[in-house]
Write a protein that binds this ligand. Structure first.
Ligand code: UT7
Length: 328
């Protein structure tokens, strides 16, 4: 591993579906209210794919935008990592479908499953290939179409999620880039957030459909508490590994699941509101895409400047959490 080479984010892009589903729309579908959703989560609307679309469509859109912003051609991409829990289908991988759609014919491609933490896990994985000199252009995508797994009669979950994708092109740099990360997981909490059927253990059957086994189920309150702890601890560890102090953070990009979770993490880390980037009001929780879209919008809105220390923090099913410190 060459310690003088860092993996830097050379370009970012995102893609969301055109269809907007507002809290008012949900009021007509389940026993909920715009007021409840906004005060308990901060979400006002989310994007949802149309029938016939898949995660790879969103991922490809994000990838094309990221390559354009990095000034990299599809044939220059050497590796595509697509972090997703909702690939178009079990086989082939979503990464291979993205490869086909963007024309990155020379790349190796694979999917990475770390739920909502997938984008940061993907960046940390891509970073290893860059720092060893193995690859010079790595495309990392966080993409999910969770709406395909939502029970639209379950108010405890259907108001929370949205579809989207965000992508980054990693390149080697000698002066800036990823400084450190902290990746964690605890499988003893696996039951708290699941889609239990449709895999090898319980493949699709009439019984699995009848018992709604293909829908996402979540123990929200338990996940909430563990999310606050997991994100706070991983940020603390990543900062310490990077040798960066908490007051040096210029922009904090948390997983966009719930504004109350973000506020609780910010309070524990003693971070002022103006340093925290929030866009969940527009997109809800887009799972692996969440942090990626937020980072992309933060850069577009000039909340991140050259030399800034940016911190990403994520949390999701597994349970899996991650944080990363990046010098921009
Ligand atoms: O990205 C993966 C990680 N996921 C997360 O980070 C999500 C973590 N959890 C959460 O964000 C929150 O726990 C939720 C937003 C899911 C729920 O908020 P909460 O404050 O924990 O509410 P609760 O589940 O304790 O429910 C409070 C009440 C219940 O009614 P009763 O039992 O007090 O009468 C629920 O039935 O709110 C009710 N409720 C709703 N009411 C209106 C639950 N969902 C809704 C709804 N509209 N959509």
């Amino acid at each position: 591993m060459n310690k003088t080479i860092k993996a830097s984010i050379a370009g970012l892009g995102f893609g969301v579906p055109d269809r907007v589903l507002t809290n008012r729309d949900l009021e007509k579908m389940v026993d909920t209210s715009d007021e409840w959703i906004r005060t308990r989560t901060g979400i006002s609307e989310r994007r949802v794919i149309d029938k016939g679309m898949g995660t790879s469509d969103l991922a490809a859109k994000a990838a094309v935008a990221a390559m354009k912003s990095a000034g990299v051609k599809p044939e220059e991409i050497e590796l595509i990592i697509t972090a997703t829990s909702t690939p178009d289908m079990p086989l082939p991988s979503c990464a291979c479908l993205v490869q086909q759609k963007i024309g990155a014919g020379k790349a190796a491609a694979f999917d990475l499953a770390a739920a909502c933490s997938g984008f940061v896990y993907g960046l940390a994985t891509g970073e290893q290939f860059i720092r060893t000199g193995f690859y010079k252009n790595v495309l990392v995508i966080g993409a999910d179409a969770i709406s395909s797994y939502i029970d639209w009669t379950d108010r405890s979950t259907c108001v929370l999620f949205g579809d989207g994708a965000g992508a980054a092109v990693l390149k080697p740099s000698t002066d800036h880039g990823i400084l450190a990360s902290s990746l964690g997981s605890d499988g003893q909490y696996a039951d708290l957030l699941t889609i239990s059927c449709g895999g090898s253990k319980r493949p699709a059957s009439h019984a699995s459909v009848d018992e709604k086994g293909h829908y996402l189920k979540m123990a929200g309150a338990e996940v909430f508490k563990l999310a606050v702890r997991g994100m706070t601890d991983s940020v603390t560890e990543a900062l310490s590994r990077a040798g960066v102090k908490q007051d040096e953070i210029a922009c904090f990009i948390p997983h966009q699941a719930n504004l109350r979770i973000i506020d609780a993490v910010a309070e524990r880390l003693d971070l002022p509101k103006e340093k925290i980037f929030v866009n969940l009001q527009k997109y809800g929780n887009t799972s692996a895409a969440s942090c990626a879209i937020a980072l992309c919008e933060a850069v577009e809105q000039k909340k991140v400047k050259k030399g800034d220390k940016v911190v990403l923090a994520t949390f999701g099913s597994g349970l899996v959490w991650a944080a990363m410190v990046i010098e921009w």
